[in-house]
Design a protein around this ligand. Structure first.
Ligand code: ZN
Ligand code: ZN
Length: 195
């Protein structure tokens, strides 16, 4: 008898033990665990760039062996110059509300890789200043803490959106709140890496 597990279509915002200085990550949150649980059909890991730069080759190889897409979460303009040197499949970007942070987006876009604006409300990102080529994240960890109807609603038709768990622990691997918000705003999620 086989048991049918529920899968969401996509999750590209997941942390593992490579986010080694993030105190929210637990030791059990390994890439292997993510691959085994397989809560999403399209799966990508996005560990904090500045936590594992020196182990990039190991990171990428380990994720490839598990059929996990290899992304990274970049903490603002200060790290963009280094992050674009390495061959990630996509970037999740912390864009604080400062000119230099918006300007650095062009460098990420120039790589040709998808650029996902992380949890914009949590960082006070002005979506009016974000290039339309970027994807906007509905983030399950943060979205319920702010007025998403007023702050995301006006942009629901202006961008393509991704839904992410931002999981740091196994029990965070779901997207129920962000999916509720998407349905309320009439947003259809964009799937990357299809097929
Ligand atoms: Zn973040
Ligand atoms: Zn994150």
């Amino acid at each position: 008898m086989s048991i049918q597990l529920t899968q969401v279509p996509q999750d590209l915002h997941i942390h593992t033990i490579y986010s080694q200085y993030d105190s929210a990550v637990v030791d059990e949150q390994t890439p292997e665990l993510i691959a085994r649980v397989h809560h999403a059909r399209i799966l990508g890991i996005s560990d904090h760039f500045e936590h594992f730069t020196d182990r990039f080759d190991e990171y990428k190889k380990r994720l490839q062996q598990l059929n996990l897409h290899a992304g990274t979460e970049v903490d603002g303009a200060a790290y963009v110059g280094e992050a674009i040197q390495l061959d990630f499949e996509y970037y999740i970007y912390h864009c604080r509300n400062q000119r230099s942070e918006y300007d650095a987006i062009d460098k990420l876009l120039a790589t040709g890789k998808p650029v996902i604006i992380a949890h914009p409300m949590a960082l006070d990102t002005d979506l009016g200043k974000i290039p339309p080529e970027c994807y906007i994240e509905l983030n399950n960890r943060y979205i319920w803490r702010d007025d998403w109807k007023r702050k995301i609603g006006p942009y629901a038709q202006s961008f393509r959106f991704l839904i992410g768990s931002d999981a740091h622990q196994p029990l965070w691997l779901n997207q129920n709140v962000a999916r509720y918000v998407a349905s309320q705003l009439g947003i259809e999620e964009t799937l990357l890496f299809e097929g």
